[in-house]
Ligand binder design. Structure first.
Ligand code: FAD
Ligand code: DLZ
Ligand code: SF4
Length: 508
């Protein structure tokens, strides 16, 4: 009678706390493919393939190290389709003295697992996930008593505590943040760097067939699948990023280009979340590239801030504010999600580009998520839960702990501005400045009114008008409200009329 050690699909590292103290002689590791995890939102096919294939490779690697693995495959006879059902079946197979697991990354599962011990009549130990720089306790101590939470403040504490990009007690390179250098548009003759992608092997191909058979109606295509599914591949992806994309990551972090979905972004979020890479080794690899003169400080600081700052901050927000956080709707946004989020059938070139890369790669980069699909949802008043479920379904890197605060807090301000200092709302001019989309769009980015006007233009102003009472107290919005006041009532009424007419075409 050993211990049953549960390893979930995003806990694929032998350093995971659930495996700490593992006794090869008598313990069993339980891994489960379950239908419920594929369907509680209808995940993109590539995301399901990536997770199941990475789980199968990880299980194989453990068996090679003489660890007993009880692996439940999706199509195994008797698979109940849920984690709790499969843990209960495994208990009857192994009769363990206790169950040990690492806390799951999602609130709904944490709640379900908290009830396991009573359900099974067994001790169930749920250990903290220590793959993060900041423990739950550390973030709570930072957050306690602060009226406003800002990533930048938390990030500086993390820099000091980890020593990353520090020279003694001073920030390396002479500043904490180099963002002002990181907003360049791409040059006209720009060619995106080639990126390392991974051909599906036999294991992945088998999972692809399974996913096509079991989840045929889910969003997304599998043809361009190229995600790393093993630790070895993830290391190669990291090296490729450091060598070929990191040097210009900072300069072009906010840029967008038609037909170039990846640009200089890392494409590493899925591998980090799954456990194939540790956030620490990723940050250290970037830091080493700077110290050895292989990448400039604006790129390396900008990149490390995303992981040490944003990723950790967002996780702290999630675990501190759930479950109420998920219900926020501070701006009273009630529109349904337009069907073109699933089909890409829209005349807005920028939206089409982001949605098509999402369909083909289960990926679009941060600025497309925030300033195109997210900006649209914010300006159009899409109900927060509808857009949040979309983001959770469609990206390979989407796990609720990271997706939900990014969507509800950073993007559609459903929390009333608790975690960012101003809404990321922008008119077409921003997209025009940062991309080459507008020149091949059915709409005219320079027109502010009328049926051919870029929808982001009138949507932006009607958003500012509609939400005036919630937003005008924000000092960072003082300038647009002054502009609005100078416009006069007729112009404001025209914006409201244009945006209503446009929105009527968006909902079937
Ligand atoms: P890069 O742009 O190269 O960034 C490097 C790394 O920094 C990423 O791999 C990631 O680990 C981390 N990172 C960057 N930005 C953030 C952020 N805002 N929050 C947390 N980590 C960050 N990220 C997810 O991992 N999962 C999600 O479900 C998710 N949903 C999002 C939803 C919306 C509406 C928005 C605006 C952003 C979302 N993000 C999410 C954040 C960000 O867009 C992705 O982390 C990033 O696009 C992943 O691609 P990459 O690995 O190429 O990252
Ligand atoms: C997203 C997902 C999917 C599609 N399938 C599985 C699965 O079959 N087995 C599994 O262990 N995990 C899966 N996951 C990830 C989970 O939904 C969930 O996000 C994490 O396990 C939380 O830590
Ligand atoms: Fe997007 Fe407007 Fe530019 Fe068209 S004109 S691509 S809708 S920003």
């Amino acid at each position: 009678m050993g211990v049953l050690r549960v390893v979930l699909g995003d806990q694929l590292t032998t350093d995971i706390s659930a495996l700490s103290g593992l006794d090869r002689a008598c313990d069993t590791v339980l891994m489960m493919e379950v239908a419920e995890e594929g369907t509680y939102v209808a995940h993109h096919k590539q995301k399901i393939v990536m997770i199941l294939s990475a789980m199968r490779h990880f299980a194989r690697g453990m068996r090679d190290q003489d660890i007993a693995v009880d692996y439940v495959a999706l199509d195994d006879a008797g698979n109940t389709g849920s984690f709790t059902g499969e843990i209960a079946r495994a208990v009857s197979r192994h009769n363990p003295q206790a169950i040990v697991m690492t806390e799951p990354g999602e609130w709904r599962l944490r709640e379900a697992f908290d009830g396991l011990s009573d359900m099974l009549g067994l001790p169930v130990m749920i250990w903290e996930d220590d793959r993060f720089f900041a423990s739950h306790g550390r973030f709570s101590r930072w957050a306690k008593g602060r009226k406003t939470w800002r990533m930048e403040h938390f990030y500086r504490d993390m820099r000091r505590e980890t020593g990353l990009l520090m020279d003694g007690d001073k920030p390396a390179g002479g500043a904490w943040n180099f963002d002002s250098s990181n907003r360049k548009a791409l040059p006209k003759d720009f060619r995106p760097p080639e990126r390392r992608r991974f051909e599906p092997d036999d294991v992945t191909r088998k999972v692809m067939a399974l996913v096509e058979a079991r989840f045929p109606d889910h969003f997304g295509t599998l043809d361009a699948f190229g995600w790393p599914v093993t630790r070895k591949q993830a290391r190669e992806a990291l090296d490729d990023f450091i060598d070929h994309a990191l040097p210009a990551f900072g300069d072009y972090q906010d840029a967008m280009k038609a037909g170039a979905p990846f640009l200089h972004h890392a494409l590493l979020a899925p591998a980090i979340h799954l456990g194939l890479l540790s956030p620490r080794e990723v940050c250290q690899a970037a830091q080493t590239a700077w110290r050895e003169g292989r990448a400039p400080i604006n790129a390396v600081e900008g990149f490390i801030r995303q992981i040490l700052g944003w990723r950790e901050y967002i996780r702290g927000v999630y675990w501190n504010l759930m479950p109420d956080y998920a219900e926020g709707n501070a701006l009273g946004a009630e529109h349904p999600l337009p069907s073109f989020y699933w089909t890409g059938k829209t005349d807005m070139r920028c939206m089409r580009e982001a949605i098509e890369s999402t369909r083909d790669h289960a990926y679009s980069h941060h600025i497309q998520r925030l300033m195109v699909t997210g900006n649209f949802a914010l300006l159009a008043g899409i109900a927060p839960r509808e857009i949040e479920r979309w983001y959770l379904a469609v990206y390979a890197d989407a796990f609720e702990w990271v997706e939900l605060p990014n969507t509800l807090g950073m993007t559609v301000l459903a929390d009333g501005g608790r975690i960012v200092s101003k809404p990321y709302a922008a008119s077409g001019a921003y997209i025009h400045r940062m991309s080459d989309f507008c020149k091949s769009c059915a709409y005219d980015v320079k027109q502010k009114e009328g049926p051919r006007a870029c929808p982001f233009n009138h949507l932006y102003w009607s958003f500012m008008i509609r939400n005036r009472s919630e937003l005008e107290g924000n000092p960072r919005l003082a300038m647009p409200y002054r502009t609005l006041d100078r416009m006069g009532e007729k112009r404001q009424a025209d914006y409201l009329a244009d945006s209503s007419a446009f929105l009527e075409t968006c909902f079937d």
